[in-house]
Design a protein around this ligand. Structure first.
Ligand SMILES: Cc1cc2nc3c(=O)[nH]c(=O)nc-3n(C[C@H](O)[C@H](O)[C@H](O)COP(=O)(O)OP(=O)(O)OC[C@H]3O[C@@H](n4cnc5c(N)ncnc54)[C@H](O)[C@@H]3O)c2cc1C
Length: 451
């Protein structure tokens, strides 16, 4: 790291970089263990993709069979949102892809998450970008933060990389991977937007009259008795309109307002989310596609005749970029087999869901056995930096397994594991890799994790 005059310095036990779902939960978990924690976030609010890219709803806390496998702080967030009228809790997924989805109001979530961080004693630093890392031998000594006050170096014993893009690992020179094997291509980016004035009664009626035009697992027999949470289909409308975007169906989710939907249809392929030139192009292309899709929906899709755009995400949604190379990379085979690991620190029931990096479709693979797979502690541990843990989207997996661990509830679960491990490592004066896993697991279970 270059020397800069007048750099301020501070110390912490644990530094968490990135205030997305993984970072929020990691920081709360570490703070509750009594560690002095700093959480660094580049935006003026927390939430990561949930708020900055308007990703919605969270999916999923359950297996296909309906067992809840993600609890702990993630569930506490949902409970607190519900108590504030910011979420209806877990609802059946009317797309039919998973058992449950969890809608939430992003404005309430930003406040609830900040309150929980404060209660856990976390020092939250917003509008602060980590752009440098100082290392000595195989350790991160400090991260450099640039913000309106200038530059600040924060030293700590353990660092949690929850930046989504593995920025800390990258800047530290740790082993990293990107995209799929062979060509490093990542899943497409998507610019999310909301529309209001949607007649959801009309949408539902059309679905019941034309089941062949929707995803085959749509629970048509339940549609009259449960709220419509999401829709995947309108295949014929999409095909007929020939919208010049590489996909084959319309996908949207309902809420948070009664006549509102969140549309997940734009698709920007072939660009690298860790390259500023590519990101600039992606942002502009995504916003152009939003206008195209809104026009298509208004003109061609029953129920959207009077709808208008109510919000466009502040930034394009990034499904995949860099991830750490850890002590174990979770694979598609592990996920599909519902594999169990002795060093399990989180579980998930979300199937593999790969939006094609270059083609039109989505490749899915469902979990066998009891419907859940384990995420081992080793997938959170950097292979070659001894005091660095990853959480969320940038843990160690293959491209295929990343397509399930990247989902928000799973990110919260790995966040809780990483934050708890970081604080325990500080308490016991051990490198995270030397932490007895049984102790970490006992602590996670004690705090409600379903492992
Ligand atoms: C288009 C799209 C659709 C999706 N659909 C769903 C869905 O329906 N349901 C679901 O549950 N999940 C969905 N996901 C997945 C989910 O939103 C993300 O994978 C998840 O938010 C990742 O959490 P994270 O905390 O690891 O990273 P992020 O959410 O990316 O958060 C990382 C945080 O770190 C901050 N940051 C990054 N670099 C730095 C830095 N150098 N310095 C300081 N701060 C930094 C960022 O600003 C951000 O706040 C979707 C994702 C996308 C993109």
């Amino acid at each position: 790291m270059n020397e800069v005059a007048n750099v301020k310095r501070e110390t912490a036990d644990v530094v968490v970089v990135g205030g997305g779902p993984a970072g929020i939960v990691a920081a709360i978990a570490a703070g509750r263990q009594g560690a002095r924690v700093v959480l660094i976030e580049r935006y003026g609010f927390v939430g990561g993709m949930s708020t900055a890219a308007m990703v919605y709803p969270w999916m999923t806390f359950h297996t296909e069979q309906g067992e809840q496998v993600i609890r702990g702080i993630a569930q506490e967030i949902v409970d607190r949102l519900q108590a504030r009228g910011g979420s209806p809790g877990h609802l059946r997924d009317t797309v039919g892809f998973v058992h449950s989805v969890t809608p939430y109001d992003p404005a309430v979530y930003q406040v609830v998450a900040a309150e929980m961080l404060k209660e856990a004693g976390v020092r939250l630093l917003l509008h602060s970008f980590v752009d440098g890392v100082a290392t000595v031998d195989d350790r991160v000594e400090a991260v450099r933060v640039t913000n309106k006050s200038g530059q600040l170096e924060i030293q700590a014993n353990v660092f949690v990389d929850a930046s989504g893009d593995a920025d800390v690992a990258y800047l530290a020179g740790a082993a990293i991977a990107k995209g799929r094997e062979g060509d490093s291509q990542s899943q497409p980016m998507t610019m999310k937007f909301r529309m209001r004035g949607v007649d959801l009664g009309r949408v539902k009626q059309y679905m019941q009259e034309h089941p062949e035009d929707f995803y085959e697992k749509t629970p048509f027999d339940e549609l009259d008795t449960i709220p419509l949470t999401g829709v995947s289909g309108f295949y014929s409308h999409w095909k007929r309109a020939a919208v010049p975007i590489q996909r084959d169906q319309v996908l949207f989710f309902t809420g948070p307002a009664e006549d509102e939907v969140l549309i997940n249809c734009t698709r920007v392929q072939g660009l690298d989310a860790t390259n500023a030139v590519d990101l600039t192009e992606a942002e502009q292309e995504g916003r152009k596609q939003v206008l195209m899709i809104a026009e298509f929906l208004r003109n061609d899709v029953p129920g959207f005749e009077r709808a208008s755009i109510s919000a466009v995400a502040p930034q394009i949604g990034i499904r995949e970029s860099r991830r750490i190379v850890g002590r174990y990379a979770l694979t598609q085979e592990d996920v599909v087999a519902g594999r169990k690991f002795e060093d399990v620190v989180a579980r998930s029931g979300y199937p593999i869901d790969i939006h094609d990096p270059s083609g039109q479709g989505v490749t899915a693979a469902f979990i066998e056995g009891d419907g859940a797979y384990d995420i081992p502690y080793r997938s959170l541990l950097s292979q070659n930096i001894s005091n660095l843990l990853a959480a969320g989207r940038c843990i160690s997996t293959t491209h295929e397994a990343h397509a399930t661990t990247r989902l928000t509830p799973s990110c919260m679960a790995t966040g809780e594991a990483a934050g708890t491990a970081a604080a325990l490592a500080v308490k016991l004066k051990l490198p995270p890799a030397k932490l007895p896993v049984s102790l970490l697991q006992a602590e996670l279970r004690q705090n409600g994790a379903a492992i």
